[in-house]
Design a protein around this ligand. Structure first.
Ligand SMILES: [Zn+2]
Length: 215
């Protein structure tokens, strides 16, 4: 979402029968026209430290290290599943929305882009692994709330946050559709929901494109 519109050259280099081959294509990036929304953080959430930018920096460092990890193998088999049993759960905030946060008095706190999608889910709704993988992060954090990062190999990871309870531990192998957590309203969140994201080679992409597709 951070790239300017225009033409980009995509080059892929690969090995075949002992030879190095290269293919290229011109990719046209068009304007995605992301929406804007203003969110109010309650005084209680601020007092709990859910808007603490020092804590956020610390959390981003830890998560960044996890996102940069790259396993050679892949755990992926078949299509990606849905993180909720109700696959028709309404999307309350899609990927790419430009968010402006304010405190209860209306004073601006900070702004950033939404790097995942939010599903409506009442507190303690079961959350499922969308694909086989190894748990890379499973922690209760101050700003991200309860968060799980699931590593599917080859630099592809799914992210689940603002969770109420974590049912898995770091380095645990889980299969697709395994119950891994209960959704919640923890950390910097303005209501119960499930935040779901996907990281590909340390870029948070639109997870909606990965749901229900064959790979
Ligand atoms: Zn979200």
């Amino acid at each position: 979402m951070d790239w300017a519109t225009g033409n980009y050259l995509l080059e892929v280099t690969y090995q075949q029968n002992g030879k190095t081959l290269r293919q290229s294509a011109v990719i046209r990036l068009r304007d995605a026209k992301f929406d804007t929304e203003t969110l109010t953080i309650s005084q209680q959430k601020q007092q709990e430290g859910a808007t603490d930018t020092t804590a956020l920096l610390r959390e981003n460092r830890l998560l960044g290290a996890a996102f940069r990890e790259r396993k050679n193998g892949s755990y992926v088999t078949g299509a990606f599943g849905h993180p909720l049993r109700n696959t028709q759960a309404p999307i309350t905030s899609p990927y790419g929305v430009q968010r402006h946060y304010r405190d209860q008095a209306g004073r601006p706190l900070y702004s950033w882009s939404h790097r995942g999608m939010d599903f409506a889910a009442k507190r303690r709704t079961p959350v499922y692994a969308v694909q086989n993988g190894v748990i890379s992060v499973a922690e209760m954090m101050q700003v991200n709330g309860g968060i799980i990062v699931l590593d599917h190999g080859q630099g592809v990871m799914s992210i689940y946050s603002h969770l109420d309870a974590l049912l898995v531990q770091k380095n645990q192998y889980v299969t697709k559709n395994a119950l891994i957590a209960y959704s919640g309203n923890t950390g910097q969140s303005t209501g119960p929901h499930l935040h779901f994201g996907l990281s590909v080679h340390n870029v948070r992409v639109n997870p909606q494109e990965w749901l229900g597709k064959k790979w």
